[in-house]
Design a protein around this ligand. Structure first.
Ligand code: HEC
Length: 202
């Protein structure tokens, strides 16, 4: 037995070294490379209001005026932040992921795989990768559907897909479908998702 002591001792130290390398050195190396990544503030993200935000203003001038005033970088920033807050608040992330993986042909359905730089901005921290997918991934949702589609879908998902298990968010809209402030914000945020990808992938 005695002759194995040295062997166990050396093997023990060896495993310790491997563990340190795998769970400390490698993650540190990955995280360290993030230091070079540029972080975008909300002001930077909102510098150019999206065309969908402008369209909401044109389509519902009075309601938009009451909710956000005019289209400006400031009002766009406010809508984006409120939209994200609602997404967290309503636990949309419980059913939707915001992360396209490189496996399972996900790219065919959701677009290019997610890259780290995409999450280096104020609207992605903490990130909302989610834990499971009851509904589809929403990372590339921006521009995929029209504002009208989102409004109709949020008011009653079953009107669009009869079998949908997504709850209705009709309380963010008037009876005739005109968005309330939170309705504007949620649609604006959904239309923003994925728009930072192009720059990030470069
Ligand atoms: C109980 C799970 C659940 C919750 C909570 C949920 N969803 Fe969904 N969502 C789904 C399912 C399932 C679908 C697919 C069927 C459909 O389109 O209704 C879906 C579809 C969608 C789509 C359409 C994606 C596309 O382009 O086809 C959007 C956008 C969306 N959800 C946004 C939201 C937002 C915003 C919230 C929170 C306010 C939310 N969802 C909360 C389950 C959920």
């Amino acid at each position: 037995m005695e002759k194995f002591y040295t062997l166990f001792f050396v093997a023990g130290i060896g495993c310790f070294v491997i563990a340190i390398t795998l769970s400390m050195v490698f993650p540190w190396m990955t995280l360290h490379s993030y230091h070079d990544m540029e972080f975008q503030t909300l002001e930077q993200l909102a510098a150019e209001p999206s065309k969908e935000f402008r369209q909401l203003q044109e389509q519902f001038p009075e309601a938009f005026d009451g909710a956000f005033g005019d289209v400006s970088p400031e009002s766009y920033a406010e809508a984006l932040q409120l939209g994200r807050d609602l997404y967290v608040d309503q636990a949309c992330w419980h059913c939707h992921s915001q992360y396209v993986r490189v496996v399972s042909n996900e790219t065919q359905r959701f677009g290019p795989p997610s890259v780290a730089q995409e999450y280096q901005n104020a609207l992605n921290q903490p990130h909302l990768w989610g834990t499971r997918r009851v509904g589809p991934d929403l990372t590339r949702e921006g521009g995929k559907r029209t504002n009208d589609w989102h409004i109709a879908h949020l008011v009653n998902p079953k009107d669009i897909l009869p079998n949908s298990v997504m709850p209705s968010y009709a309380y963010y809209f008037e009876q005739d479908g005109t968005p309330r402030k939170k309705g504007f914000a949620l649609v604006t945020y959904l239309q923003w998702l994925g728009t930072t990808y192009k720059e990030a992938a470069q």
